[in-house]
Design a protein around this ligand. Structure first.
Ligand code: PLP
Length: 350
């Protein structure tokens, strides 16, 4: 069967570059970015930093590398990083901070929206004692993926930023879907990053660029991050070909994320009416729909995913147990959402 993006609800990472991106990529003015001489990369980095209220930016091949470059720039061997135990950087990035940085993760529980508890963070900060690792870094995420893409407000980051400053911790924000949050909350993205030292956001998810993320922070921080990116093998040469798509993503694809959110809400509302699905549509505020199969359904998430694929050509992301993730994106319109709901209804009524 040929690939059909309108039936692929696994992730917004499956999005394809737009015609405007392909045209911009073909025409991009390029240079050697390891020498800092690619004008298109430089423009993307400046534009990203400007939008997030930071001094400088660094183009990196992926969100995972952006987070790791940030972590290695802020902390070193024997340092400890406090983070949500279900955060992307702890769960889904191959343990990079420990494997490559000798940085000890300190996982803390999050609430149903993905927030850390301020008192728990405060209690997790280590005393200055030679027996203990050094608390150095606080890792945050927005939107919070494993809680269904909850958009967390600026006030949470102001609270965490103040706490971090009191304890001399640096703060890095994994903002892979930061623009989804800004669109959902109708706020300036810079208001979400004001209280963090660094932030990564992805161009290659809902924003549809084929490759890339941008890490932003102070000029000094980005100077160090450039070294860490080189160490990880992320120094690219004529990367303006890729950055050109990123510039189109920022110019043309941010406001339209609202459509993905509307489609996710439509999907959630439809699924919630089905017997056998546990889902509160009010919790779906960006482009991620998390739902559970109720105990009377004779399938687990993997089995349900297989039936969607085999009988209806639809793809989802079974998260284990009875939990399933479906994500809306540029390739998915209202009628595709409706087809998904009809297919789910069919499976559940069989
Ligand atoms: C919240 C979050 N952070 C980071 C990443 C990593 O991005 P990449 O796949 O580009 O490495 C992802 C990817 O899905 C993500 O969802």
């Amino acid at each position: 069967m040929t690939y059909d993006i309108t039936r692929d609800f696994r992730s917004d990472t499956v999005t394809l570059p737009t015609d405007a991106m392909r045209t911009a990529m073909a025409r991009a003015e390029v240079g050697d970015d390891v020498y800092g001489e690619d004008p298109t990369v430089n423009r993307l980095q400046e534009e990203a930093a400007r939008r997030l209220g930071k001094e400088a930016g660094l183009f990196v091949p992926s969100g995972s590398m952006g987070n790791l470059v940030a972590i290695l720039s802020h902390a070193g061997r024997g340092d400890e990083a406090i983070a949500g135990l279900d955060s992307h950087s702890l769960l889904w990035e191959a343990g990079g901070m420990a494997t490559l940085g000798g940085i000890f993760p300190h996982p803390l529980p999050t609430d149903q929206d993905g927030r850390l508890d301020a008192d728990a963070v405060e209690a997790a900060v280590r005393a200055d004692n030679p027996h203990l690792a050094r608390s150095r870094l606080l890792l945050l995420e927005n939107s919070y993926g494993s809680r269904g893409g909850v958009p967390l407000p600026a006030s949470y980051f102001a609270e965490m930023g103040a706490l971090a400053r009191r304890h001399h911790l640096r703060v890095h924000l994994d903002g892979a879907r930061l623009f989804n949050t800004a669109v959902a909350l109708e706020c300036d993205p810079a208001s979400l990053t004001e209280h963090v030292d660094s932030v990564t956001f992805c161009l290659s998810k809902g924003l549809c660029a084929p490759v890339g993320s941008v890490l932003c922070g102070s000029r000094d921080f980005i100077h160090e991050a450039r070294r860490q990116r080189k160490l990880l093998g992320g120094g690219m040469r004529q990367a303006g070909i890729l950055a050109a798509a990123g510039l189109v993503a920022l110019d043309e694809m941010v406001d339209r994320l609202a459509e993905d959110h509307t489609h996710a809400a439509r999907l959630a509302t439809g699924l919630a009416t089905l017997n056998g699905i546990i889902l509160d549509p009010k919790r779906v505020r960006t482009n991620i729909v998390l739902f559970q199969l109720s105990p009377q359904v004779p399938l687990d998430a993997a089995g349900f995913g297989r039936k969607l694929a085999d009988d209806h050509g639809l793809q989802v992301d079974p998260r284990g147990g009875r939990l399933i993730r479906a994500v809306t994106h540029h390739g998915i319109e209202a009628r595709h959402v409706d087809q998904f709901i009809t297919a789910a209804a069919e499976i559940l009524s069989a």
